[in-house]
Design a protein around this ligand. Structure first.
Ligand code: FES
Length: 127
């Protein structure tokens, strides 16, 4: 049997290999591209909102396994949520969704999609 840590790492890699919500949303009303200045990796998020709620969400991007897997996990978690609530979320809530504990150096990777979504909501004036 695999040690638990390997299982969690495998779960993360599975999101990296087969990301949820990967692609563009043509009718998105919130869109934001953000990048990690340290490595240049990037994520662009698309949200279709209605009545202040995330109706649909997608992302595209290129980068390390953590940034892309976190984008997959995070986008999946905000479907149906209030934009206002997503905007209020803290870093720890997002890091806590990941199956592995992220080292200090990789926190920016893990929060890339989250930050893009938050900035997109603010810029779009939606919450
Ligand atoms: Fe670039 Fe992780 S190394 S986002």
């Amino acid at each position: 049997m695999m040690p638990a840590e390997d299982l969690y790492r495998e779960e993360l890699l599975e999101h990296y290999r087969n990301p949820q919500n990967y692609g563009k949303l043509r009718n998105a009303d919130i869109r934001y591209r953000d990048f990690n200045p340290v490595c240049g990796d990037e994520v662009e998020v698309f949200i279709k909102s209605g009545n202040g709620i995330v109706k649909d969400v997608r992302f595209i991007g290129k980068g390390c396994a953590i940034s892309q897997a976190a984008a997959s996990i995070f986008t999946e978690s905000i479907k149906g949520k209030k934009l206002f609530d997503v905007r209020q979320m803290g870093n720890d809530a997002v890091l806590g969704m990941l199956p592995v504990k992220v080292s200090h150096l990789r926190i920016k990777c893990a929060l890339l999609a989250f930050k893009a979504v938050q900035k997109g909501i603010v810029m779009g004036g939606k919450a």
